[in-house]
Design a protein around this ligand. Structure first.
Ligand SMILES: Nc1ncnc2c1ncn2[C@@H]1O[C@H](COP(=O)(O)OP(=O)(O)O)[C@@H](O)[C@H]1O
Ligand SMILES: [Mg+2]
Length: 262
């Protein structure tokens, strides 16, 4: 068991964003997290990565409690993520954007102060090499020197994934990696996620495109109003009446489809 969550809750004032959620993710799985807008999915990731501390509950990563640890500590333990809204340094090169993913893992900065310029330089060279390899993995070789902001939307999402991968995480959290993508780009991201798993990284992904996610994931959890209402293999999820109600009920309330990218 790579990740074991026991009854985590996050409250914002009177709002219970995540309510008593327990789930387990095995090593090597691609695990989907779906549910209507506002269901608590991103908040769940924010607790896993130390941005928020759960009000209650435990997060065990490789049997070690990590709830409430600082984000850099959790990153060092091997949990990495991308964000729902792309967060790139648009005026920096693609390569530099990926290299940023190693800060916190390396001692660059501290080393340059203590040991002088040369060792820092050497370490930077290693990070640069690793970043190039990861860019190749995500299909962006040749783009290293482009400004991140000049890339297509789909390619910017790939840079984000590359940045999250450069620290060689054991667990990668993807928050709506295909938001705003066309069918072809979505398909390619699916292939990339399979490749990432083959390289030994376990993946949890939040997704709006239910059809796509059921084809990709080993298991899926469904959140609604902060609660986990289902947790099963894809076939069982799509025929679960509670799940269907959560989606259709929400559609009625808002008068629009929940599958639309936001
Ligand atoms: N920092 C915050 N302060 C107050 N409310 C928040 C905060 N973050 C999220 N929420 C609320 O928590 C609920 C769950 O949000 P979120 O986790 O972003 O849902 P999802 O990612 O499933 O769309 C929403 O009602 C949202 O408005
Ligand atoms: Mg979200």
């Amino acid at each position: 068991m790579l990740l074991k969550i026991e009854g985590i809750t996050k409250r914002f004032g009177g709002l219970v964003a995540v309510s008593d959620v327990s789930l387990q993710v095995n090593q090597g799985e691609i695990y989907g997290l779906i549910g209507p807008n506002g269901a608590g999915k991103t908040t769940f990731f924010n607790m896993l990565t130390g941005i928020y501390k759960p009000n209650e509950g435990k997060i065990l990563f490789e049997n070690q409690p990590v709830q409430g640890l600082k984000p850099f500590r959790i990153a060092q333990l091997g949990i990495s993520r991308t964000f729902q809204n792309i967060r790139l340094l648009k005026d920096e090169s693609v390569l530099e954007n990926v290299m940023v993913g190693m800060f916190g893992k390396t001692h660059t900065g501290l080393w340059s102060a203590i040991l002088g310029f040369r060792s820092a330089k050497k370490e930077e060279e290693m990070v640069r090499e690793e970043s190039r390899k990861i860019l190749e993995l995500v299909g962006l070789n040749g783009y290293e020197d482009e400004l991140a902001g000049s890339l297509s939307y789909g390619n910017q999402r790939r840079v984000e994934i590359a940045r999250a991968l450069v620290s060689k995480p054991k667990l990668l959290l993807l928050d709506e990696p295909t938001a705003g993508m066309n069918d072809e780009e979505t398909e390619e991201i699916g292939e990339l996620i399979l490749k990432i798993r083959e390289n030994g990284t376990t993946v949890i992904l939040i997704e709006h495109n239910v059809g796509w996610v059921t084809g990709l994931c080993n298991r899926i959890a469904v959140f609604d109003h902060g609660e986990k209402i289902a947790d099963n293999v894809p076939d069982a999820i799509i025929s679960d009446p509670l799940v269907i109600e959560a989606y259709i009920g929400k559609e009625d309330e808002e008068g629009e489809s929940e599958y639309a990218a936001n």
